[in-house]
Write a protein of this length. Sequence first.
Length: 134
Amino acid sequence: LDSSFDTAHDSLGRNCATLAPFASVSIILTDRWRIAPTTKYRFGTGDDQDHYRKQTTNLYINWKGSRNQAYIQIDPEIATNYETEKTSVTLGVEAGRRLWPQTTVFFKPVLPLDKSTQKKPFQWKLEAGIKKVY
């Protein structure tokens, strides 16, 4: 169960507490390759329940380097926002390197693939950060 909490005002972000039950199946292909089809439905809670409803479907394709020092994750996604009644298709490619056990630094560009965003060429995003996995 994924969740987010109200951490931003309307001018800065979503302003909505959400819950997101998801289902994922990890399929190990080899020692270094794995795929994980995943679906998630995120919805607003409390007063926000009518303001945020989004379904995402991903097919994570993962490769890990020798000794688990580095990884690459290819992430095609189809997202449907039921509030705006729009569907988007994106492709993210995340590359990461282990800093110490259970902690990695990562870099992930995400590019739009659907026709609605091709008219606006700068609808891509870039994520970077540190992940702590427990």
